[in-house]
Design a protein around this ligand. Structure first.
Ligand code: C5P
Length: 479
């Protein structure tokens, strides 16, 4: 049973919760299915649980709020035509007041309720309405409008725009933007309850949920049309708060690591035996690259020093490519001082020196030939970059290592924490080809006082947790 199923059953079951919240049982079933309760229902769930002995916080593991640099967040608000269109004016005001960078698009039917002039004066910026405008085409066409924002909020979202988006119809500016966008799309539907519950709308809704589109669920109650049911536009402040918490949960646009310099090693190293043979390992560089990308997003100056990999470089301050362990150590040393060092590279522990029993000279600058003499290899230990830097006088404030293990994971990781003199070890079980090259990872964050086991999750999401942990370490360090 997932977390939310457990919570719903503690609250009395699907039917009871649906009845008390005046919503369809199918909505509650959906929460259980996706293991998530929409933000605008959290308050009501808190209230429902108030008389029961339930540790509600356990079910809403909110991430610690952080300061959002709102001036960096680009929002595109699409206003569709419905009786609730006028409420979007309040949403504009809230975004403006908080310094978000806001653009507004209105559909033709929205203009029957409010005028572009009104929106323009509130937003102090041109409001876009036409797909085929000679003037806009040169400055801000629908592709630019689609690519510019970080978040596209459609509020109110009518049954019509939901249907268009679900079925790939692009017959006006708003629907064309939605189809041409890579941004996070968040829909705040508002419509007559029968339209909301119509099978067509339900199917479109499910389709869009599956595609990762977020919904701010409509409220239940009396409607402007005189009917009552689910379909009422949520309060503008609530919509605004959902956007804020989305930004917060995803740690977007924060300057958490502003002015912090971080060196990250990633990928494998390759140690040549001769011009065509080498010793290396299966590291893909994915986890280190995700960490570099996450920390860059949070404002850090990241220098990524990577061995040979086959994945695109992440966005960060600098990428330095190396091949061998010796080169990697050289480059790390050259980039110091830094505030933080994260060694995620799977550095080859040895280089192999070919030898023969008769001690015949072997020319390693050319391809080694088969001989009658038996060939063997002497394993020469490579420098331990992590330990060398952690024990040097150039040691960054925080040094982090990885520990890829196939057995006794925590024990081995803890002994590395101590022996290499590092602040945090990220331990992962790499037995049975479970991690190298894959998109998922299951790690344990081990420092001197704690051992935090994370669930199996994407390497991107592991990077997110690691960045939060580094922030905690930095905060402790500065206290
Ligand atoms: O001792 P072990 O190789 O298991 O330690 C793993 C950690 O040490 C990783 O953080 C890895 O990046 C780092 N390391 C290193 N240089 C080496 C070997 C490992 O920096 N030669």
């Amino acid at each position: 049973m997932n977390n939310i199923s457990q919570l719903i059953s503690l609250l009395g079951g699907t039917g009871v919760v649906a009845e008390k919240l005046k919503i369809q049982p199918s909505a509650v079933s959906n929460w259980k299915k996706v293991n998530k309760i929409p933000n605008n229902k959290h308050q009501a769930i808190y209230e429902l649980s108030s008389n029961l002995d339930i540790n509600i916080e356990k079910f809403f593991p909110e991430k610690k709020p952080i300061n959002i640099d709102t001036s960096k967040v680009k929002i595109l608000l699409i206003i569709c035509g419905g009786i609730a269109s006028y409420k979007s004016l309040e949403i504009i005001r809230l975004f403006k007041k908080s310094n978000f960078e806001l653009d507004v698009v209105m559909t033709e039917s929205a203009q029957k309720f409010i005028t572009p002039l009104l929106v323009t004066s509130l937003n102090e910026k041109k409001c876009y309405t036409d797909l085929f405008s000679v003037e806009d085409e040169t400055k801000m066409n629908h592709i630019k409008l689609a690519r510019n924002p970080d978040i596209i909020l459609v509020a109110p979202a009518t049954a019509n725009i939901i249907a268009k988006l679900a079925n790939g119809i692009a017959d006006d500016l708003a629907s064309s933007i939605l189809l041409a966008s890579f941004s996070k799309i968040i829909l705040a539907p508002s419509m007559n309850p029968v339209m909301w519950n119509n099978l067509a709308t339900r199917e479109n809704y499910e389709k869009l949920l599956d595609r990762g589109i977020k919904f701010i669920e409509p409220d239940t109650g009396d409607m402007a049309c005189g009917e009552s049911g689910t379909g009422r536009f949520p309060e503008p402040k609530l919509i605004f708060d959902v956007i804020l918490s989305y930004i917060n949960e995803n740690r977007l646009f924060v300057n958490q690591f502003k002015n912090i310099s971080i060196i990250i090693t990633a990928g494998p190293t390759i140690e040549d035996i001769d011009p065509i043979r080498f010793i290396s390992n299966k590291s893909s560089g994915k986890q280190g690259f995700e960490i570099a990308s996450e920390l860059t997003k949070r404002g850090a100056k990241v220098t990524l020093i990577t061995g040979p990999v086959n994945i695109p470089f992440p966005k960060c301050e600098k990428v330095i490519e190396v091949t061998t362990a010796d080169e990697m150590l050289d480059k790390v040393t050259q980039q110091l001082p830094a505030d933080i060092l994260i060694c995620s590279a799977a550095v080859a522990d040895w280089k192999l020196i070919p030898k023969t029993y008769s001690n015949k000279d072997i020319d390693i600058n050319n391809k080694i030939k088969k001989t009658s003499d038996n060939l063997f290899f002497e394993a020469l230990e490579n420098p331990d970059i992590l330990s060398t830097i952690a024990n040097s006088n150039l040691r960054p404030k925080i040094v982090i290592g990885f520990s890829a293990e196939t057995n006794s994971l925590k024990k081995n990781a803890y002994s590395k924490l101590i022996s290499k003199n590092v602040d945090l070890i990220i331990a992962n079980d790499v037995s049975n080809n479970r991690v190298f090259g894959k998109d998922f990872n299951k790690v344990c964050l081990i420092d001197k006082n704690n051992c935090e086991q994370l669930e199996k999750q994407t390497k991107k999401s592991v990077a997110f947790h690691i960045a939060d942990k580094i922030n905690d370490l930095l905060t402790n360090f500065n206290q």
